[in-house]
Design a protein around this ligand. Structure first.
Ligand code: HQG
Length: 180
């Protein structure tokens, strides 16, 4: 399977397992799972057939481990815009977490803090390198530091997804440090 096809399949899976399952007639359960057989049939019926081998290859080699398989079912590990309850346990965060964004967002973020926008959670990275890549999707990256230890002490709840993304409902501005 070449790299271009792998990326295409990964994007197709993200689109339908996180955002628009109904576009291919797919139903996700409350935790975001769907039967692999039903997914493969739906892809074929909607003009983008994916084979089981391709699916398994993408799940196993995905750069960010975006998808998880359990038994006969698959789900996206995080990043949904459709309502799902991933059922992740609360976890104690590392002292600092990082968020990559761009300059144009900063005045609003200084005022409101970080908000989940279209997703269910604010996504935070355990290291600056990852946050830099996340920010770079939108332009020249700006990396904010989040005082996760102070948030945790103040009672804010964190979850960590199966692929190591830290999730919070919001980050109030007082817990953010902006680069000078
Ligand atoms: C910004 C990708 C104005 C926030 C990535 C970001 C990540 C605000 C954008 C994952 C704001 C939301 C998540 C506020 C937050 N005012 N702008 N108050 N609060 N923002 O895509 O963190 O490839 O929903 O800075 O790699 O960029 O999909 O979140 O720029 O891991 O697996 O609003 O998505 O992973 O954008 O990215 P997003 P994100 P996948």
């Amino acid at each position: 399977m070449d790299e271009q096809r792998t990326v295409k399949v990964s994007k197709y899976l993200s689109a339908h397992l996180r955002h628009q399952p109904e576009r291919i007639g797919l139903v996700l359960d409350a935790q975001g799972w769907t039967e692999i057989g039903a997914l493969l049939r739906a892809t074929a019926e909607h003009g983008f057939p994916i084979t089981r081998e391709e699916l398994e290859h993408v799940v196993a080699t995905n750069d960010k481990k975006r998808f998880a398989i359990e038994g006969t079912r698959i789900r996206a590990s995080q990043g949904h815009t459709v309502p799902v309850e991933l059922g992740l346990p609360a976890a104690e965060p590392p002292a600092w977490l990082y968020h990559g964004t761009v300059a144009g967002r900063l005045s609003s973020i200084r005022e409101e803090g970080l908000r989940p926008m279209a997703r269910h959670h604010v996504h935070l990275s355990p290291d600056r390198e990852t946050a830099t890549r996340v920010g770079a999707r939108r332009g020249r990256p700006v990396v904010l530091s989040v005082d996760a230890s102070a948030m945790h002490r103040a009672g804010y709840v964190f979850h960590v997804s199966a692929n190591g993304v830290w999730l919070a409902d919001a980050v109030p501005p007082e817990f953010l440090r902006f680069p000078s």
